[in-house]
Design a protein around this ligand. Structure first.
Ligand code: NAD
Ligand code: UD1
Length: 331
């Protein structure tokens, strides 16, 4: 029996496939390379010394999905495929709803037709919206402030509905906090297209001289140094969280929602300093106005992940910066 990884050529998917292969799993990847490139597949083989099956195509292609499920015995789906840029989702809401929600429905229909009843879904801390107090716990009310966030909220509800209707179905909704870092080999990592929106990829481009400074979005938040606080998590820790979730889904039916974070908050300036220390490069910055839609603090209560999945993050921000610098600056 194989595990289907949708979006397996992407940032988090590629790291998860490496960990799954090392865990002895048989893997099938589906990706349309809309935000990744084929060379990642060779890098995964190089790191793991193992092979997997690959289907190039869109998860909304029903014929392709039908063939994929006929040609392979899929036990579980780890579902990463989706569009993820918040700003772009505001400009192109229909593309986001179609790709993320309709795409998920197509995967779920193909699973239903073949009797596959386990899904691990990539949700996000973004579903905690703007009104909850940190640390965020899984039972808090969810909401969103942009179409990307709504796709995560809706897909969570869709999977709850599937589990209500089919008592043998198992869905683990993993709410990721802020994944950064890269594989220790330096062979895979995050490769954002265009101008990065997120902090770590932007820091990298300042450190390598592509941009002359970082804009720090606000230094007047109610946080220890006034800059925004986030729960950064090493992408390899996050990948291991999926193995724990898969093992959980193999033993339990129904829906479970679990935060994947470290439980620790790091400010923008703390991350800048940690990156400078890890890379030996300067990251000049200027204080800029707050970014619309940002919250002061976002970090997880991680007790449920430990209790239910027996998983907790191992790496700290210094490890994340070291591995990120090795990958992105080829140090
Ligand atoms: P990514 O863009 O690197 O990976 C997503 C992969 O899915 C890409 O390889 C892309 O080509 C593929 N894909 C997209 N639409 C597809 C489609 N219709 N058919 C087939 N393949 C398709 O993103 P990532 O950072 O690895 O994120 C993975 C998942 O985790 C996403 O669902 C994202 O929303 C979620 N997530 C990411 C973060 C983050 O900060 N990176 C945080 C929370 C949640
Ligand atoms: C962003 C997304 C969120 C998503 C999360 C993880 C937005 C509005 N939100 O949130 O939906 O779930 O990534 O992928 O895009 N910062 C700077 N300068 C920069 C970039 C960021 O100061 O150039 C600050 C931000 O204000 C924030 C922190 O760095 O305080 C982290 O920002 P970012 O990496 O974009 O993540 P989130 O804000 O958590």
């Amino acid at each position: 029996m194989a595990v289907l990884v949708t979006g397996g050529a992407g940032f988090i998917g590629s790291h998860t496939v490496v960990q799954l292969l090392e865990h002895g799993e048989e893997i099938v990847i589906l990706d349309n390379f809309s935000n990744s490139s084929p060379d990642v597949l060779d890098k995964i083989r190089q790191i793991s010394g193992k092979d997997f099956k690959f289907y190039e195509g869109d998860m909304r292609d029903k014929e392709l999905l039908k063939r994929l499920f006929e040609e392979n015995k899929i036990e579980a789906v780890i579902h990463f495929a989706g569009l993820k840029a918040v700003g772009e989702s505001v400009e192109k809401p229909l593309d986001y709803y179609d790709n993320n929600i309709n795409g998920t429905l197509c995967v779920l229909e193909a699973m239903k037709a073949s009797g596959c009843k386990k899904m691990i879904f990539s949700s996000s801390a973004t579903v905690y919206g703007n009104d909850n107090k940190v640390p965020f716990t899984e039972d808090m009310k969810t909401s969103a402030t942009n179409p990307y966030g709504w796709t995560k909220v809706f897909i969570e509800h869709i999977l709850e509905g599937v589990c209500t209707s089919d008592k043998e179905f198992s869905a683990v909704l993993l709410r990721y906090f802020n994944p950064i870092g890269a594989h220790k080999s330096g062979l895979i990592g995050e490769k954002p297209n265009g101008i990065p929106n997120n902090l770590m990829p932007y820091i990298v481009k300042v450190a390598n001289g592509e941009y002359d400074h970082l804009n720090v979005f606000g230094d007047d938040y109610d946080t220890p140094d006034g800059t925004g606080v986030r729960d950064y998590i090493h992408v390899v820790d996050l990948a291991d969280g999926h193995i724990a979730a898969l093992e959980y889904a193999r033993k339990n039916n129904g829906v479970q929602t679990v935060n994947l974070g470290t439980g620790r908050g790091t400010s923008v300036l703390e991350l800048v300093r940690a990156f400078e220390k890890a890379s030996g490069k300067k990251v000049p910055y200027v204080i800029a106005p707050r970014r619309a839609g940002d919250i002061a603090e976002c970090y997880a209560d991680v007790s449920k992940a430990k209790e239910i999945l027996g998983w907790q993050a191992k790496y700290d921000v210094d490890d994340m910066c070291k591995d990120n610098a090795r990958w992105a600056l080829k140090l």
